[in-house]
Design a protein around this ligand. Structure first.
Ligand SMILES: [Zn+2]
Ligand SMILES: [Zn+2]
Length: 372
């Protein structure tokens, strides 16, 4: 058979190609040569040949015949009783049954930010917020139709929600499936929409939600309240409500992790002589013990007085940073007293050298660049 049409060649596959390879090759060619893509008559002839080749090689019985030397299409290169509609269904668009889409859908999640005080962070708190949100329409109970009226099945798609459009192509008729334009895919029509919700099945309203702020939260922590978000279209299940925490600054304590830091100014004399200072913490008054000879920059730690760990047991600490206040406006008497003290301590003249500092980070970088 010298004039035998080489279907393998047309599809660009080898003679031992398996069914998957043949299908893949055809699919690719059919896409490239499809009349919708390229209406050129020459390309359409090519497409015809490709389709014929697939009709033969894609069918195990016809392929066996062809391999034994007989062209099941009689060497015509013309597709015979091949139903192009089946073919197109196989390759373009048949994604299985879809059916009408439900009017009821899950609602959206909502996010609300609240500011919390430090004592709420430490001890937790019970809070309420009022949000504007969508709830199910009470008049139609979410169905969307006015009371005592019916929702009718769509006449155009007969309730299927989709319609098949027949398009003529050189291949014959190609059928595509689209959402029904009359019912927008729902399969039914609300002829008399509910006056309250205009058929949406939900209405917007203000609602108060109570929740607990757990101890240990920080800025950015989100509390999830399941099902407290918006009700969906058609009174579909509500989304979730997220409460995002924003910590308010505290006048005394500054948070680092779960520790609370504060600065305690102590007069020079008290730092030298020692003193006890009452400090109002979140748990009440605590005594900070300033020992005699306390230096500026010293720290006192009040264990387990900080923020509770959000996950796990225990609390952070309160870290008190001591600041020693040097008197700035001395009257004559005070000055005389201090001069007297300095004389007794032999501190009228400073002879000590400045303390040698550890090289700073920037100093080290500079050294590295200067090659020292
Ligand atoms: Zn309604
Ligand atoms: Zn319809």
């Amino acid at each position: 058979m010298a004039d035998k049409i080489d279907y393998y060649d047309i599809l660009g596959v080898t003679r031992d190609a398996d069914a998957q390879e043949i299908k893949r090759a055809y699919r690719q060619l059919a896409r490239d040569l499809h009349p919708d893509v390229n209406p050129d008559p020459e390309v359409q002839d090519q497409f015809k040949m490709v389709t014929a080749a697939y009709e033969v090689l894609g069918d195990p019985e016809k392929r066996r015949l062809y391999d034994s030397g007989i062209d099941p299409l009689g060497g015509s290169g013309q597709s015979g009783g091949f139903d192009p509609f089946d073919l197109m269904e196989t390759f373009f668009g048949n994604n299985g049954p879809r059916g009408p889409r439900p009017r009821s859908q899950r609602g959206q999640d909502a996010l609300v930010r609240i500011e919390v005080e430090l004592d709420e962070v430490v001890f937790g708190s019970d809070r309420e917020i009022t949000i504007e949100t969508a709830i199910a329409c009470a008049v139609c109970e979410g169905r969307g139709n006015a009371p005592d009226t019916d929702i009718i099945s769509c006449t155009m798609c007969k309730g299927r929600g989709e319609v098949q459009m027949v398009q003529r192509s050189f291949l014959g008729q190609v059928m595509t499936t689209r959402a029904c334009p009359q019912c927008r895919g729902f399969g039914n029509i609300i002829q008399n929409p509910c006056h309250e919700c205009s058929g949406d099945g939900r209405v917007r309203t203000k609602r108060t939600v109570a929740f607990r702020v757990p101890p240990g939260v920080e800025s950015g922590t989100r509390i999830q309240l399941s099902g407290e978000g918006e009700v969906g279209p058609g009174a579909g299940p509500a989304g979730d409500l997220y409460i995002e925490i924003q910590e308010k600054a505290h006048p005394i304590f500054h948070r680092k992790g779960d520790d609370l830091h504060c600065t305690l100014p102590v007069p020079m004399t008290a730092a030298a002589l020692g003193v006890t200072v009452p400090l109002e913490t979140l748990d009440g008054e605590q005594i900070v013990d300033i020992e005699p000879g306390t230096q500026a920059g010293a720290q006192r730690v009040l264990k387990d007085q900080g923020v509770p760990h959000l996950r796990g047991q225990g609390r952070g600490d309160i870290v008190v940073h001591i600041d020693v206040l040097t008197p700035t406006s001395l009257d004559t008497g005070q000055r005389a007293l201090l001069e007297q003290l300095a004389a007794i301590r032999g501190e009228e003249k400073i002879t000590v050298n400045p303390i040698e500092q550890e090289p700073t980070f920037f100093g080290r970088i500079k050294d590295a660049f200067s090659g020292r």
